[in-house]
Design a protein around this ligand. Sequence first.
Ligand SMILES: NC(=O)c1ccc[n+]([C@@H]2O[C@H](COP(=O)([O-])OP(=O)(O)OC[C@H]3O[C@@H](n4cnc5c(N)ncnc54)[C@H](OP(=O)(O)O)[C@@H]3O)[C@@H](O)[C@H]2O)c1
Length: 340
Amino acid sequence: MENRQYGRSGLRLSALSLGAMTMGESNGFMKGVVSDDAESRRVLDAALDAGIHTVDTANVYSEGRSEELLGRWMQGKREKVTLLTKCRFPTVGVTGKMRANEVGASRASIIWNCEQSLKRLGTDFIDLYQIHMQEGAVPVEETLRALDDLQRAGKIRYAGCSNYTGYRLTESLWAADKRNLSRYEGIQLQWSLVCRDAEREMIPAARTFGLGTLVWSPLGRGFLSGKYEKGAPPPAGSRLEAWKDSFAAVATEQNWKTLEAVRAVAKRHETTPSAVSLAWLLGKSEVSSIIVGARSLAQLQENLRALEVKLTDEDRKELESVSKPAWGYPYEFIGGREPW
Ligand SMILES: NC(=O)c1ccc[n+]([C@@H]2O[C@H](COP(=O)([O-])OP(=O)(O)OC[C@H]3O[C@@H](n4cnc5c(N)ncnc54)[C@H](OP(=O)(O)O)[C@@H]3O)[C@@H](O)[C@H]2O)c1
């Protein structure tokens, strides 16, 4: 497995990471679309054997039970794992209430949540701690100061963010520089052939500021695996059967055409749509690691085939022209003259 640098930091991530959002029994937003604990452990073991040493979780996944499961699994092998988690959302999700200072990107919440995550994960440090989404009500300096303190206390090695707007990310980088605080070394963002919005601001920002990028939902929540068919109901038990709104949002005319192109490229390479979709991302120099979501061992094994696929320039052009979004202003204004 290739290792890639997380932006300009010294942290090295496996080019494929494993997402733990489908791990731990969930009564919240992942209810009914997770794996049982035995399958999760099989997926984790197989991923590690394949060289996937980077694992991404969050306090909110399965209301803390994803972190607990990882903590049990890591016993005796903590040093083999590059451990990523997040805070910001309420750990109990929609299943209960939390106190005001146990949620959000404030100093109080970040420090409390980090302690809770460390307990659930059964470790004394987190390799990369990420703010799950920006919070407009909290000054960026406060968030950064809390992360800086956690870093100096040895509880986290690096800090990153996820689901930030361009202006808020830039404001955070600027504040870190001005106040000599540890900065976000990278951003976790949604990116796939059915969601290319990150290419407007986030990917150019990553190039400009030397930020790492971790990609989430690289298969568009499973749409790009090829198991969904136009005009047919989603397969029983699949995530997009359970998440009707997400299916309606992704099942657009353009995305079905994109899937058709993915299937055609997969046929030429004698591989699967999942492998082609992940290989398209692996070929992007800005990508530090793709967080693969695998609900079963079979899905993991299929997704690992991405490592064998070498897309040609022609393949990439075909995939990118069919999946190109309407970039809007000012991107189209600039893009007609030079890359933005
Ligand atoms: N920062 C954030 O806000 C954020 C948000 C979302 C995710 N994430 C991270 O990113 C990780 C990956 O996200 P994701 O799970 O949405 O990724 P994804 O790869 O887009 O979707 C994964 C889902 O697609 C289906 N699937 C995957 N491989 C398949 C295959 N080969 N054949 C058929 N179906 C397949 C499975 O669902 P079914 O079998 O149930 O259909 C699986 O759970 C998460 O675990 C989490 O760590 C972060």
